[in-house]
Design a protein around this ligand. Structure first.
Ligand SMILES: [Zn+2]
Length: 193
């Protein structure tokens, strides 16, 4: 399969981050409130059709989201991250090689017949575990913007990244600059006062 990234942990990790970031945050509400949203999320991450999502899938995807989110919230705490991921994998993962529909052998991480939620939990858990094993626990982080806190993965050139996007970094910079200007103005007024 070589360069086919559909079955690799890189895609699972991206999907796990995207799933966690549908949680309500200071900047937006819950983005995963109906099956259609889950379907869009899967399609946006190269899941091939047919992608049929039921209410049960949605409920289990939301449960997977809570578990994966807890892993990012534990960022920096090596023991807690291992506990959370080991429990998640013990419950959901059944790694096995599968070849079907003309696709060469590839790795399925979830149990056979699991829902989309079970698949998201198992493949997301495996991807985060692989990322931690390869890069260390600092690979998992949450955006340092106080009004964001989105999950992010720090790999490759972005190893010391603090913000989920350039937008968040810029917003924090602008806010800090405005606060500085305000403080300077207030100090001048004090001097005159
Ligand atoms: Zn952010």
């Amino acid at each position: 399969m070589g360069a086919d990234t559909r079955f690799g942990s890189t895609r699972w990790a991206r999907l796990a981050v995207a799933l966690v970031n549908t949680e309500p945050s200071p900047r937006h509400g819950d983005l995963l409130t109906e099956p259609a949203r889950l379907r869009e999320l899967l399609l946006a991450h190269d899941e091939p059709e047919p992608v049929v999502v039921t209410d049960v899938d949605l409920a289990e995807a939301r449960a997977a989201r809570t578990e994966l989110a807890a892993v990012f919230t534990a960022a920096g705490d090596e023991r807690r991250i291992a506990e959370l991921l080991n429990a998640l994998l013990a419950r959901t993962a059944r790694p096995r090689l599968v070849g079907h529909d003309g696709v060469p052998l590839h790795l399925h991480v979830d149990a056979p017949d699991s829902t989309w939620g079970g698949w998201l939990a198992a493949s997301g858990g495996m991807a985060l575990a692989l990322a931690v094993a390869e890069h260390g626990v600092d690979v998992l982080a949450r955006c340092a913007a106080p009004d964001c806190r989105h999950a992010l993965l720090r790999q490759g050139p972005g190893r010391t990244r603090r913000y989920c996007t350039a937008t968040c970094a810029a917003r924090v910079r602008v806010a800090a600059h405005r606060a500085q200007v305000r403080d300077a103005a207030a100090a001048q007024l004090d001097e005159r006062g």
